[in-house]
Design a binder for this molecule. Structure first.
Ligand SMILES: [Ca+2]
Ligand SMILES: [Ca+2]
Ligand SMILES: [Ca+2]
Length: 167
């Protein structure tokens, strides 16, 4: 019995150590989300993030979310099930189109943003998202808030914080 307890203890310590030690190659730091405006797609700024090895892959690029907020009373109707669709994108110069990397869906309960979940990883977007010798992605997110009848089209401000990380 004692052995099991010790083993479990060591396992828990290892988990703690590995989760603390793990580091992404580069992160943006926490950012305020783009403004949430009903019926409009808004974008965050573009960040240059470098992976451990070229080329940067979409499967090595992630968005994390925190501080889920709420829509403004009097601006937005409180509708449960309303969504905000968030894309992780990789910017490219014309004539190349930007890469769709991942899609996340945020769902509201009334005015409150309740959850944000990964909804889709794009097959093409999981592979190389820049040139073969290019380890630095130009990553950004977009956010599109559903428009419900009765919404105003003024801003609700940011409804989440986010951080983009690459491995
Ligand atoms: Ca690019
Ligand atoms: Ca690209
Ligand atoms: Ca690049």
């Amino acid at each position: 019995m004692k052995k099991i307890v010790i083993c479990l203890g060591i396992f828990a310590m290892l988990l703690l150590v590995t989760s603390n030690v793990y580091a992404y190659n580069q992160v943006t730091g926490w950012q305020k989300g783009p403004e949430a405006i009903a019926g409009k797609k808004t974008s965050g700024k573009i960040f240059n993030l470098t992976s451990k090895s070229a080329p940067l892959k979409g499967s090595e690029s992630y968005v994390f979310f925190d501080n889920l907020g709420y829509l403004r009373e009097g601006v937005a109707k409180p509708i449960t099930g309303r969504e905000i669709i968030i894309y992780l994108m990789e910017d490219d110069a014309d004539p190349n189109a930007d890469d769709f990397v991942k899609r996340y869906i945020g769902t509201f309960k009334g005015l409150d943003l309740d959850t944000i979940k990964l909804d889709e990883e794009y097959t093409a977007g999981l592979g190389n998202i820049d040139s073969a010798n290019d380890a630095t992605g130009e990553l950004y997110i977009t956010a599109a808030l559903d428009k419900i009848t009765g919404d105003k089209t003024t801003t609700n401000g940011a409804v989440f914080d986010y951080e983009i990380r690459v491995d």
